[in-house]
Every structure is written in C-alpha cells, then in structure tokens.
Write a new protein. Structure first.
Length: 226
C-alpha cells in the first residue's frame, strides 16, 4: 500500500524558494480542505482537521491564509479552475478559450463533448465537486456570490460554444446550466458516480430537442436542415 502521508518539504542548500514553498502549501491545504469537507461538511470542518490532513503547520497555514473561509475560497477557486481546464481540453480550446481545429463543426457535437467532459470532471474531482456544488452554501454569502459568478461564466461559455447570439438563446443556456446544477447536485450528494455520468445522455438528448425546436433563438452557426 503506497505511503499517503504528506512529504516534508526539503531544507538546507536544496531548499525551495519561499514562493514555491507557499504554492505547494496552498495546494496541499486546498486539497485537504476539499477532502475533509467531503467527509464532515463545511461547518464541522476545522482548521485543525485541514492541518492534520495536509501535513502543514498552523504557523504556515496562517502565513498563506487568514482564516478557514479564506482557505475555503481558495479551494473553491481551485475547483473552478480544474473544471474549466478540463472543459477547455475536451472541446479542443486552449487555456484562453480560443478554439483549435477540433473545436469546430456542429454546435451540438461540441456541446456533447463539453457536457461529457463536465460530468467526467465532476466525477474525477469529487471532493472539489462537493465543495463547489454543496458546501459552498454553508460557507456564507461571499462564497455563494463566487458560485453565482462562476455559474454565469459557465453559462457564457455554453452560449459561445453553441454560437448563440440573441438574448432569448442565452436565457435558454442559463436555464440549462441551472437545471444541470440541480440534477448533478443530488448525485454528488449521494456519492453516486454512475448516476452522475448517467445524467449525460438525457440532458444531451433534451438539448438537441430544444435546438431543433428553435429554443436557442438566433445563432451564429446553426446547421442547415439535414
């Protein structure tokens, strides 16, 4: 069985630069925050729990973060970054969202790839997913605002992916993103990975039906009738 205990950072002449040490500690603390909260929930998770899981000292914690909520917000941002990175990779876009050759073609095909990537990212990063979808509501108004901002960014990305140009179509995208959030939250709360992945085909089929019915309004690259 592999050793899962945290490794100490090197000291002496080969010691890492202070900035690199803080980056590693921040990463460990964010991962520990997500993992402990997946087990205990935000309210029951203490800084001491995070320190034990991460192997980082209390002094080092407060050199990186001001408080438990500060660490939570950093972990939340990490969750968002992980999700967006996986989505961009799967739809063939670079880190700035600029599409590559494989990202062209039928908007519905692009959506299917992106939505499948979204569900897979949620399944792979389950502790961060629980933080992003569930524990955020226990962390207070600032965390909920950050959640709303990220959801708005996902909506904008969805609309751009589909080539939607009108307000009616963007509202359709907003409703789909909101409904998807509700659907996946139940599966995540139950730690039901297969149930999470099973949401994909039904949502994809429904989006195709909405597209064919014209619910996305004016779009930049709607394919002609087949």
């Amino acid at each position: 069985m592999p050793d899962s205990s945290p490794r100490r950072l090197p000291r002496g002449r080969y010691a890492l630069a202070r900035e690199e040490v803080e980056r590693i500690q921040r990463s460990r603390l964010c991962a520990a925050m997500a993992e402990v909260m997946a087990e205990k929930g935000y309210v029951a998770t203490s800084v001491a729990d995070v320190l034990r899981r991460s192997g980082v000292s209390r002094q080092s914690f407060y050199q990186v973060f001001d408080s438990k909520i500060d660490c939570f917000m950093a972990a939340f941002d990490t969750a968002g970054d992980l999700l967006m990175r996986r989505l961009l990779e799967m739809v063939g876009a670079d880190e700035h969202g600029v599409p590559g050759p494989e990202a062209t073609g039928d908007p519905l095909d692009r959506f299917e790839r992106a939505f499948t990537a979204y569900l897979e990212a949620l399944a792979i990063e389950l502790p961060y997913t629980r933080l992003f979808l569930i524990e955020v509501y226990a962390a207070g108004p600032a965390a909920i605002r950050r959640r709303s901002e990220l959801q708005a960014a996902i909506t904008d990305g969805f609309a751009d992916l589909m080539g939607v140009t009108g307000d009616a179509g963007r509202f359709t995208c907003q409703m789909i993103v909101a409904a998807t959030s509700t659907l996946v939250t139940r599966a995540v709360a139950d730690n039901d990975i297969e149930g999470l992945r099973a949401i994909g085909p039904r949502v994809i089929d429904h989006v195709r039906t909405l597209w064919q019915a014209g619910a996305f309004g004016s779009v930049a690259d709607r394919p002609g009738p087949s």
